[in-house]
Design a protein around this ligand. Sequence first.
Ligand SMILES: C[S@@+](CC[C@H](N)C(=O)[O-])C[C@H]1O[C@@H](n2cnc3c(N)ncnc32)[C@H](O)[C@@H]1O
Length: 200
Amino acid sequence: MSWIRKFLSVVYRRAVAIKYLLTPAQTWRKYQRLEIGSGPIKRSGWLTLDYCRGADVVWNLNKRLPFPDGCFELIYSSHVLEHFEPKQLRSLLSEMQRVLKPGGVMSVCVPDASLYVRAYIDGDPRDLLRHEPAILSDCPMDYLNYIFYMDGHHHMMFDEKSLRWHVTQAGFREFRMRAFDPTMDSEVRQYESMYAECVK
Ligand SMILES: C[S@@+](CC[C@H](N)C(=O)[O-])C[C@H]1O[C@@H](n2cnc3c(N)ncnc32)[C@H](O)[C@@H]1O
């Protein structure tokens, strides 16, 4: 009987591998909206992508996106861009630009580093330091280390000017700051975030 168990286990593993290989190619056609770095969620009307299990497409954003050119109208990311080193960020932004339709929009939410710089200058962290593992001390310099390193998870920080620069370098035609949008953005992140829309 053990050969049957072995056989079924091989079939099962192959089926899982094939499902993951086919998923990106199969699913993009049904969606106009893509969220990258979504975490393990499903979102009605959206295709979600993350390297953790539970997203619609399980994929590493350091690889070429598994979609053809010009297939989405909207791409959204919340607290994701700061997780990439400069070279990786450049490729990722170019990839997002590639898979957007002409006139399509990349809508981003990132931590606003200028809030932390102000907190450092004023010597007052206000209510900014909320993620326990990233809090180092009550020295003002560590308000900056908190957001710039985030316990090893962050690699790049942005203010309005630098975000505009990076996005423009990736080939986006227009860049504008936008307000918090409750239909898309998380309220939990609002206190430290800035929002922008970038048009292909
Ligand atoms: C700070 S969380 C943000 C999650 C969610 N967007 C939010 O606003 O709550 C960053 C997300 O980016 C994902 N992520 C980071 N690097 C990634 C990579 N190289 N490929 C795919 N996903 C990645 C993580 O798995 C995580 O879900």
